[in-house]
Ligand binder design. Sequence first.
Ligand code: ASP
Length: 306
Amino acid sequence: MTWAVISTWKMSWKGCTLAADLLRQGLRGSEAVIRGIQDVEDNPEFRSVGYGGLPDEEGRVLLDGAFMNGDSLHFGAVAAMEGFRSPIAVAHSLAKYDFNNFLAGKGAEKYAAENGFERRNNLTEESRAIYEKKRGESQSLSAYDGHDTVCFAVLDQMGSMYTGVSTSGLFLKKCGRVGDSPVAGSGFYADSRLGAACATGVGEEIMKGVLSYNALRNLKAGMSPQEAAETAVSELSETLIQRNGKARSMSLILLDNRGNFGVGTNIRFPFVYAAETSSSTLYLAEAENGRCRITPVEDKDSLDID
Ligand code: ASP
């Protein structure tokens, strides 16, 4: 059986390559998702995920994360969780239950503490400095356009599919604000009989179109992975422009159950893909008349977006 992995943003390059190594060795896709995402959660240079994530309006780093098993359709998710190293690890652990799969705030923290998950203060000096500077600049704080979610979708050699996501959400978000990332169907979805998809961008927009599930419905209706992903994003973008005059940034990655990928975006969006038949490659997707132009990026350092 073949294997494949796709992940969002250039920041996932190392994690994706690590996940690809695990999948090549025949390990479970769940392991590949967790290890790949943890590589990003642990890196303080990435300001939108885990350690070094940018804080909310009160200066607190509140994290969201989710995991889904495409065989059983079980998912686990945490929202607005503070003080722990790895939202994806906690979310994965919650996916084994039949109830209480999605925990928020104090409840998520209590579960993580009781189950021995590693604690960590995720606010670094650098992120605190960015927060203080921004706070000093504006009289009234409003969510700032500095956000990205690390998302992984994988197919393992057993034919099982998984997705995982982790994010600190919007910089300067209201206390308690939760975006699409931990919301099943919007931020992520996996069904091993069909495919796996996950999203990054402005959660308030992504949730209006239940984007990840919708992309998989397109796949079920017979579209190719690329058509399924770009149609989901472009239809939602068009709808939002018609209703509200604009559509904020949204991007979606998708794998079908044979490991083929599709990507949709309404911005310039880097992603990484690796499979049995292709080594880790960084691509840039660019929105073009409702379609998506996808080009491999040879020189990673030349790309100005993380
Ligand atoms: N979707 C995330 C949120 O709204 C942020 C992002 O992916 O850019 O919290």
